[in-house]
Design a protein around this ligand. Structure first.
Ligand code: SAM
Length: 384
């Protein structure tokens, strides 16, 4: 499985960000650093992102096919990591690039900038974007902030903060737009996960019997909480998966569209959508839903891209990304056929314990060809 930054399992404490209930609360910066940022301090982890050809090609093409946005301009790279986007911005002709990175990776970025002889253009600043100060406003903000299913990690909050503080009124966002997608899927994972859960419960029952006979203590009162704990682990956690396009059994639907120039943190605290999808395969199994995202580099209306670029993480045979897709499995799967309509009520909000992780409520109803609506089914998932 590919890895993105770990959200960890932090609890809220004292700093400044927002949680799932929509109210701005505080987050302990030390805890957030230990659980989230620490992953990004490893070159091993940066290399994984730098080796994602789809990601790299999209950012590279967006910069070098739109040099008019960079030549002679000032650029801010939010979360520069190894420094790659700042370096490309400078190579494309920027006159000054501020490359901000919260972790010690900033030291490697500084070395890389120097080794590529760009130290007169790129200034690497170690610190949180929320805390640092720049000497001027910038023409372009470039950042690779996308987590699993777009919003996991909640790093986009930091980009919005940077935009509101440092982007000129005429400035351009790279990327400029983002979208979240959902589609019905079939997958053997639903059976595997159920069989893992059942195996785990069989093992528990053997354990209860043995503990009673060897040690004289009846543990059966804990069977229900153990079952709930394991159900969450095996059946309710969404899964990272690189789906084959053939596994998508219905028309994909857009859950959320974001204009990076105007969106607010409030707008992305919760994603709520009611969407419908038509099954496109004859007599198949609906095993769950797959979620993915795309981002676009279009510039802005008054200063558009000369060449628009798309970075998509949709299921693909040849162009998979380290983001893969997030899979939400149904237990049990349901038989559906071509023409059936699926109505989905989707809601995603931040975990109250850790604002970088997400909780999903997904309810669906199937309209069969007679027009009859099957009873709605509600599911709760965790993106951890
Ligand atoms: C997904 S990585 C992208 C790295 C690099 N820009 C690239 O494209 O390869 C995101 C980086 O942003 C940094 N980051 C996240 N939030 C930040 C913040 N609030 N301030 C500064 N850096 C941040 C992380 O430490 C990480 O190195």
């Amino acid at each position: 499985m590919s890895r993105r930054a770990n959200g960890g399992t932090t609890t809220a404490g004292g700093g400044s960000t927002s949680t799932g209930n929509g109210t701005a609360t505080t987050v302990d910066k030390g805890v957030d650093f230990a659980n989230y940022f620490c992953t990004y301090a490893f070159l091993y982890h940066q290399k994984e992102m730098l080796s994602d050809r789809v990601r790299m090609d999209a950012y590279y093409n967006s910069v070098f096919s739109n040099k008019h946005h960079f030549v002679g301009k000032t650029v801010l790279d939010v979360g520069t990591g190894s420094g790659i986007l700042a370096i490309w911005s400078a190579q494309a002709g920027a006159k000054k690039v501020y490359a901000v990175e919260a972790t010690k990776m900033a030291e490697h970025a500084r070395e890389l900038v120097k080794a590529n002889n760009l130290q007169d253009v790129v200034e690497v600043i170690e610190g949180s974007i929320e805390d640092i100060t720049l000497p001027e406003k910038v023409d372009v903000i470039i950042s690779e902030w996308m987590g699993y299913f777009l919003l996991r990690e909640s790093m986009f909050d930091s980009v919005i903060c940077a935009r509101d503080r440092w982007l000129k009124p005429t400035g351009v966002m790279y990327p400029s737009h983002a979208r979240m997608w959902l589609a019905p899927i079939r997958s053997g994972l639903a059976d595997h996960k159920m069989s893992d859960y059942e195996g785990c419960m069989d093992d528990w029952h053997g354990f209860v019997t043995e503990t009673k006979s060897y040690y004289g203590v009846d543990m059966s009162v804990l069977t229900k909480p153990f079952s709930e704990e394991q159900k969450k682990y095996y059946l309710q956690n969404s899964l990272w998966n690189n789906l084959h396009p053939n596994q998508v059994v219905g028309t994909p639907a857009i859950l959320k569209e974001i204009d990076c120039l105007t969106v607010t943190v409030e707008d992305i605290l919760k994603v709520e959508a009611t969407v419908s999808s038509t099954i496109i395969k004859e007599d198949t199994r609906l095993c769950g839903f797959g979620g993915w995202f795309d981002v676009h580099f279009k510039g802005r209306n008054e200063n558009p891209a000369e060449c628009e670029v798309e970075l998509t993480t949709a299921p693909s045979v040849d162009d998979g990304t380290h983001w893969g897709q997030q899979v939400f499995l149904l237990h049990p799967p349901v038989r559906v056929t071509e023409g059936n309509e699926i109505l989905v009520n989707f809601s995603m909000s931040r975990s109250e314990e850790n604002h970088r992780l997400m909780n999903v409520d997904l309810a669906y109803e199937i309209k069969v060809s007679s027009g009859k609506m099957l009873p709605p089914v509600r599911n709760k998932f965790y993106i951890e």
